[in-house]
Design a protein around this ligand. Structure first.
Ligand code: GDP
Length: 340
């Protein structure tokens, strides 16, 4: 089979590999995956150790550490309400992080870099499932357009470096992600962790009703973060094209169906209501993953299995998970994870 950009030359497991955002949902999973696949020289910095919005510090770090592989999984992320309320934070912080990291990586000629984006880069009314070539063909969903523009700039940044300098940098666009270590804050989170927390609290307090946001009719695709990590490594080993590659499962559910799965997994048996004053966001966001499947990758964690595992993690870590600051607050730190 011929796939544009196919490179049958796996990454050397001894290469010094910097994972930006290694404490976040995505970065921590990529770190675990690479560790278990034999990478022996992984490096990471917490946001307290290295603030990626500080350009000089980022250049110093790259000059002294000289990584050979970079996974750019650091970003300021949040759910629909956070994105809608703090758009300039999502735009500015993400542009700063990704521009600093990619400029510093270019300055030392890092040969292999992966930039992680989000499925919200595609037009609001893109044909479903969304193919990679739908990029820049229509208007964005307004609730997260600022975040999306930053991520689109990142894709173009990678393509421009490839064109101007010939470095083998690539981009991956994950669909909505979830998993252990996610942000479970009621205001800042994405829908899946938001629902886990809400149903768990309702069950524990004996509440007879739960109220979710929007109409429940939008459709979303959900990918377990460990499947994303496996796809990232697969792409680093097997892909070298300028086109951003979609990463998803190929199937979606309504938010209403998702709520039923979460309520069952948590063991909540009360009534669910919908607050239609809250935004629905884009009506549907399902990725076409044929580029990735033609490279012989497929997801392995079903939604039910992944949610059950994430609920268990949440219940075991309820106190620390619930104490996290809402993503989207203006002072929020600059090394989280990807999503949008
Ligand atoms: P999106 O995919 O960018 O729209 O981001 P979200 O994951 O934040 O929201 C997905 C959908 O879930 C939207 O239609 C929301 O209105 C809906 N939703 C329902 N309840 C919640 C909730 O408690 N939190 C969030 N974030 N979304 C919710």
């Amino acid at each position: 089979m011929t796939v544009e950009g196919f490179v049958p030359s796996p990454i050397d497991r001894r290469a010094k590999t910097y994972i930006a955002g290694h404490r976040g949902l995505v970065g921590s999973s990529v770190w675990r995956r690479m560790g278990s696949e034999g990478f022996t020289n992984l490096i990471g910095r917490t946001s307290a150790e290295l603030d990626l919005t500080h350009r000089d510090e980022v250049f110093e770090f790259f000059k002294s550490e000289r990584p050979e592989v970079v996974v750019l999984a650091a970003a300021k992320v949040g759910g629909i309400l956070a994105n809608n309320t703090y758009p300039v934070d999502f735009l500015s912080t993400n542009l700063q992080i990704q521009t600093n990291v990619m400029d510093a990586a270019l300055a030392i000629g890092v040969p292999r870099l992966m930039f992680l984006g989000s499925s919200c880069i595609y037009p609001k009314y893109a044909e479903q499932p969304i193919r990679e070539d739908a990029l820049l063909t229509g208007l964005l969903e307004p609730t997260n357009d600022a975040y999306a523009i930053a991520k689109i700039a990142g894709i173009l940044h990678v393509q421009a470096v490839r064109r101007q300098y010939g470095l083998r940098w690539i981009s991956a666009m994950p669909t909505n992600l979830y998993g252990p270590g996610d942000n479970f804050s009621p205001e800042g989170s994405h829908v899946l962790p938001g629902l886990i927390r809400r149903y768990d609290e309702a069950k524990n307090s004996g509440a007879t009703t739960v109220t979710n946001w929007g109409s429940g009719t939008p459709r979303r695709e959900f990918l377990h973060v460990d499947d994303l990590a496996s796809a990232c490594l697969h792409l680093l080993d097997n892909y070298d094209g300028s086109k951003q590659v979609n990463v998803g499962t190929g199937s979606d559910v309504t938010i209403l169906e998702l709520a039923e799965i979460v309520a069952n997994a948590v063991g909540y048996s009360g009534i669910t209501q919908w607050d239609k004053t809250k935004p629905d966001g884009t009506p549907r966001k399902l990725l076409d993953i044929s580029t990735l499947t033609s490279l012989n990758w497929k997801p392995s964690i079903s939604l039910e299995e992944g949610i059950a595992q994430t609920v268990k993690w949440y219940v075991d870590n309820r106190h620390t998970a619930s104490a996290r600051r809402p993503s989207g607050a203006a002072e929020s730190v600059a090394s989280e994870t990807v999503g949008g």
